[in-house]
Design a protein around this ligand. Sequence first.
Ligand code: GN1
Ligand code: MG
Length: 372
Amino acid sequence: MKSAMRAAENFAPAGTAVAGVAKHGRGIVHETFLVTLDGGNGRFILQRLNSRVFPDPAALMKNMEHVCRHLRERLGAASGEIAREWRVVRLLPARDNTLFFRDRQGAFWRALSFIDGAVPLEQVKNSADAREAGRALGIFHWLVSDINPAALRVALPGFHDVAQYLQHYDAVQAMDTGGGGESFCRRFIGARRQWAPVLENGLRAGRLQVRVIHGDAKINNVMVSSETGRAVSMIDLDTVMAGPVHFDIGDCLRSCCNTGSEEEEDPSQVRFDLDRCWAALSGYVEAAHRFLTDADYDFFFAAVRRIPFELGLRFYTDYLEGDVYFKVQHPGQNLARALVQFKLTESIEAQEREIRKLIKECRARYGPGRSR
Ligand code: GN1
Ligand code: MG
């Protein structure tokens, strides 16, 4: 905490003292703190970046700056509900006017504005929440849809590259001792590895397009108004990248429609809920229909199935490797997380027909060429 305090002081406006620093949020990659300033001078978010995960913090910050600037310009030129309600985080400069503070241990720290009057959507309680999560992603995609994806740097090489995740899994798989949950995971991955690069195949075949995406579009990166529950922002822009919107759609739906939580210890609580799926998908396409193509809809089901599979594979590999990537509170937590994502994938597979029906309905209502 001492190092966080020292870092916080570097981002506090000149002449303003730091009153307190407290751990904040539920991220499992960076360390996040809420900094309160003395004398009612406000608060801000402070983060120590995980440099093992992000080897090039400068690239990540450049991407974030680029996207935030674009969002502000685009909203500034727009009118209506979104322009009024949508909020964009600001990167706060350190004392030396750079966007980083590097401490004596070499760690990178950065500060972000705190979005007042809003909270992260930690849990979807009903279809209205699910709809907001989908709507938030649709708005975000629409707002960044005119950024050239080539303008972004690769901040996280191999992120969402399932072939690379499988290769890494194969390399550490020798550590798999084979019992209980482990043999389930091994069989689960083995049975789906041929199918897994389904979105990459769509890109290669020219059916899907590379666009600017969020990269980590799970529910708790959606900020909702504390008053109205309406989505007002998407935070955590570290992973903004070039890729198919399907990576984000899958992340949104896997986190929205899971009846258990991502940290659920009892896998029997995990089910993919169809009402929430409809709410999130229709919320998404209502905002995103402006740029979606017919081929995009063709790959929606693959997106919904692929992302929980991919995340389960990442959790399981990290468990085998000794928890070197995702933070854990107890041994076995990454195995439990993997089981949740695989159970969710199973539930998605078992309801394929119903999910495809919902996608068809969305497409009929909002898809290309439909009158609204
Ligand atoms: C990580 O740390 P956090 O919660 O922002 C991860 C995502 C996973 C997510 C699962 C850079 O995000 O890909 O979906 O955990 N981020 C990175 O909770 O690996
Ligand atoms: Mg993240």
